[in-house]
Design a protein around this ligand. Sequence first.
Ligand code: P1T
Length: 377
Amino acid sequence: MGFSTDAIHAGQIPDPTTGAISTPIYQTSTYAQEELGVNKGFEYGRTHNLTRQALEINIATLEKGKYGIAFSSGLASIQAILGLMKNGDHTVVSNNVYGGTYRLMELIMKEYGLDFSWVDTSDTKNIENAIKKNTKIIYIETPTNPMLNLTDIEATAKICKANKLICVVDNTFMSPYFQRPLGLGADVVLHSTTKYINGHCDVVGGMIITNDFKIHERIKYLQNAIGAVPSPFDCWLTLRATKTLAVRMKQHNANAIKIAEYLSTKFYAKKVIYPGLKSHPQHELAKKQMSGFGGMISVDFGSLDNAKKIINNLKIFTLAESLGGVESLVSHPASMTHASVPKVEREKFGLTDGLIRFSVGIEDAEDLIADIEQALK
Ligand code: P1T
């Protein structure tokens, strides 16, 4: 089936009683059991929920994966992935990832005996060089948040196969509409569904997708054992949102191309970073492994002072954490999403105090450009 047909139909469970076309919100914490040891396969809300199951099948289908496992946030899904490791195991990670991912790995899980190496994975030689005897996982975010660096997924997956490692890809910035890492050889894909997949800034959620039965079994076990599950209502909202994922992504992409090209002509913008621009050092890789360039643009305006002035003067772009919603947002990564990454580490990969991140929404591009134009003035 095509992407939109799957998005609208995969995993949808019509109400068995009435045939309601919208998957019901099974808002229950537990299930009546007929007698001791006899039930309908549903025992407790943390373990089983049909609205959640519908969402898991839906998103797994969009990623062309067999299994989807839903979580109450993107970070909860990353925590579950780290549950594939044991005390003393090592992971190689992209040096630029979402700040919360860095915080969870380096500032929390390290204290529990997990080891991490932070390398520039845009050059896959750095990945090979960082592999140790105790390495278990190669974890890449591509494109990265907020520098939009790409990692070659196919090449990384090959390195993982050769070294018997698990290849994990955070696909949040592209969504399955523009990039499907499992088809390129990755073992595990994860999403902060808070972003493009839900796309309306009204749900926090996460999802893990895999084709590997053993990984699925372990993650499913952790989902129940740790208990960071999404509510039935959040699952229903996200399920409703995936139906329009294709149309939203096309519009995010079309708007972002126009805005990135506009910003590239502006003298104040020291550096405009967008994978769809020919000036992006990995534009060719972007064309190879993605079918679009997405809605995220990062721009270095040279100083904190310039960044502040522009952010404070934007009217349609709202200053807020998060991204990927229909409404355009702007953020200052150094003081917001990446504040837990030490300044010296941030600046190593170009995340300066003058950097602004635009999450381009699906409003009219002319209005968004006019908004930036008046803020620059
Ligand atoms: O916020 P949460 O749903 O827990 O997802 C965490 C996460 C994981 N991966 C990526 C690439 C992300 O961007 C995020 C969350 N990012 C933001 C909140 C942000 O504003 O960048």
